[in-house]
Design a protein around this ligand. Structure first.
Ligand code: SAM
Length: 330
């Protein structure tokens, strides 16, 4: 965060974004311990895409190898996170075996363009007891591994996609969700539930004295008839753990980006204005865009220099004079 003077001499606050280019298992070591309040990120899915770089995560031969590499990244995140910090981890699942569309690997060329000519890294995605067609369960494998390494596993948020990728399957329902796990370093951590309250839309069942948002003095024997019930002062309730957000491709990137609306609650609940937010798999910089829009600073790490340039332009265009974006090659 910094200050600039407007033409009339008025001070103006601006936020900063840094994008470190390199393998996050190395670049994260250059950040100051405890300097990040929350980490919001979406690692490459296992075996789905080849991002065209050495050292990329996602092309390990087995789920266990993939989980182990992600654990190394999140060990490094642990060090840079404040003791009351949080990690919001978006992970999708896939199926063992199959074609590119149903679970094989897609090759990306320069700038993330699709390159179907090069399928030299096709993973079969079987082994470890997996049979072709098995759902792999990657999100929970990662979640349990992080829990075992000391993270508190606090919430399983379902990202419900109303516009999922069409699938030509007829022997199971079409997949229309991903996971976002909320993890913390400590049992007590910063979480601004007020900042993300949602409208209390439904009326609790009659005589449900625990009904959220309603008041009745049961100690005095008071009871409300439905017409007398009173909503909580602000008509709001604690945010639920199923979030319906349409996917939204970013024109500049041909790889999976998450929509800004999906991660805005993570930014708002996970940090205060002026805090720093980290995305170790920065990609097109969606986390940076939402961080700066909300008065937070951003540090991203990205292996692919072209994606880093793309994200620099995207964040700069979005924040205009209210931010400063720098790329550092580590
Ligand atoms: C799913 S994309 C992230 C997309 C991002 N959430 C967005 O909205 O643009 C994953 C990114 O991780 C990057 N990546 C893969 N392995 C990496 C590594 N070891 N270090 C840093 N970045 C890596 C890939 O190049 C890719 O850009």
């Amino acid at each position: 965060m910094g200050w600039a003077l407007l033409a009339g001499g008025e001070p103006m606050m601006f936020n900063t974004a840094r994008i470190l280019v390199g393998d996050n298992r190395k670049t994260l070591a250059t950040l100051e311990a405890g300097s990040v309040q929350t980490c919001i990120t979406s690692p490459p899915y296992w075996g789905l895409r080849d991002y065209g770089e050495d050292d990329q995560i996602g092309l390990e031969q087995t789920p266990d190898d993939y989980v182990e590499q992600l654990c190394l990244v999140f060990d490094a995140v642990w060090r840079v996170l404040a003791d009351d910090g949080t990690l919001w981890l978006n992970l999708g699942d896939s199926y063992a075996g199959g074609s590119a569309a149903s679970g094989g690997t897609q090759r990306l060329g320069p700038n993330g363009t699709l390159n179907n000519q090069r399928n030299d890294v096709q993973l079969k995605k079987v082994g470890q007891g997996l049979k072709p067609k098995d759902i792999i369960g990657i999100p929970w494998r990662v979640a349990f591994a992080l829990q075992a390494r000391g993270w508190f596993l606090r919430s399983e948020i379902i990202w419900h996609k109303p516009n999922p990728m069409p699938e030509s399957v007829t022997d199971r329902p079409t997949k229309s969700h991903e996971h976002i796990f909320l993890l913390s370093k400590s049992a007590k951590y910063f979480y601004d539930h007020e900042a993300i309250k949602e409208d209390a839309l439904t009326e609790p069942a009659a005589r449900n004295k625990n009904a959220e948002g309603y008041q009745a003095d049961y100690a005095k024997g008071d009871r409300f008839s439905p017409g007398e019930r009173v909503f909580g002062a602000d008509g709001k309730r604690n945010k639920r753990d199923v979030w319906t957000v349409p996917t939204q491709p970013f024109a500049g990137a041909h790889f999976a980006v998450y929509p800004p609306a999906l991660i805005e609650p993570c930014v708002l609940a996970g940090s205060r204005e002026g805090d720093t937010i980290l995305d170790p798999f920065s990609g097109s910089g969606t986390t940076g865009v939402v961080a700066l829009r909300n008065g937070r600073n951003y540090v991203g790490t990205e292996l692919n220099p072209q994606y880093a340039e793309l994200s620099k332009k995207r964040i700069s265009d979005d924040c205009g004079m209210f931010g400063e974006v720098e790329i550092e090659h580590i």
